[in-house]
Design a protein around this ligand. Structure first.
Ligand code: IPD
Ligand code: CA
Length: 274
């Protein structure tokens, strides 16, 4: 019989090991950085990304687990005797540019699923590595921030909402006009530079919505926060209002509207051009 694994303490251990291992590197960010090639997700790899990924893998191996790793850096790799039993989808560092430039907003994102599909994610962790805050979720058990249950905001209008919009793209001429009506009606717009963490901010009511319709964000960045948002009771859909569904793969991209509640979600959808 397949043994039941209590994943959350393991993910917490991954976070702690990762923090310990990247710590010395944070002191050398102004040194010349070696060229390490392009990661499976398509971005240049930094030493800190690889170190973080190694720390996650090392921890999972210490627990003697069989798993398939789906990571932004190394791509898809199998470990142990039955790697199809567990899928671990990781963005070891989300917000690498922030980290490299000393902007205090970057995270680590790890999701566990039974299949390589977003909808099969059952356990998730997003750790804000600078502020030492950790978001977790288990399917059917709610979402937590440092072990306290979180709930999204009840703000229903755009006038006083704080909304994240990722416009970080070379395709601004295509993407930006679709958002003009929404931007015009929203007073407080932000983009903080680590999308997994920005989604968690919607889950715990720090912000009221987060939107990424660029078609550029990988499922590795989104998998853990997807469960955290859903378990918190917020909404995350496609820009057309459909449930999100995606393959977990470093090359697979997503677009989404995440919003604190049904009402603000509906308003946002009505203002986005197809
Ligand atoms: C990046 C961040 C950023 C988003 C980029 C992502 P990374 O993640 O989430 O906010 O605009 O598209 O690539 O590359 O640092 O893991
Ligand atoms: Ca990354």
């Amino acid at each position: 019989m397949k043994k039941q694994i209590d994943w959350l303490p393991i993910l917490i251990q991954c976070r702690d090991n990762l923090k310990m291992q990247i710590n010395p590197l944070l002191k050398t960010l102004n040194h010349p950085q070696p060229s390490l090639g392009i990661g499976a997700g398509g971005d240049p790899i930094k030493k800190v990304d690889l170190t973080a990924e190694n720390a996650i893998v090392e921890t999972l191996k210490e627990y003697g687990l069989s798993f398939t790793l789906i990571s932004e850096e190394s791509g898809i790799k199998k470990y142990g005797e039955n790697p199809e039993e567990n899928y671990v989808t990781a963005d070891p560092i989300d917000g690498t540019t922030n980290l490299m430039r000393g902007i205090p907003f970057y995270a680590s994102s790890i999701a566990v699923s039974t299949k390589p599909e977003l909808n099969a994610v059952h356990t998730a962790l997003v750790a804000d590595l600078f502020h030492g805050v950790t978001y977790t979720a288990k399917k059917g058990e709610g979402a937590k921030r440092d072990n306290q249950k979180v709930t999204p905001s009840k703000k229903a209008t755009l006038e006083d909402a704080v909304m994240g919009i990722d416009l970080n793209t070379y395709k601004a001429r295509e993407v930006a006009p679709r958002l003009t009506n929404l931007i015009e009606k929203t007073k407080h717009i932000r983009h903080l530079g680590a999308n997994a963490l920005e989604l968690c901010y919607v889950a715990d009511g720090t912000t009221d919505a987060f939107i990424d319709i660029r078609g550029k964000l990988r499922t590795t960045d989104t998998a853990a926060a997807w469960l955290i948002i859903n378990e918190a009771g917020a909404k995350i859909t496609t820009p057309e209002g459909k449930p999100l569904s995606a393959k977990l793969d470093p090359k697979e991209k997503l677009t989404f509207i995440a919003a604190a509640n049904q009402k603000i979600h509906k308003t946002i959808l009505s203002l986005i051009k197809a």
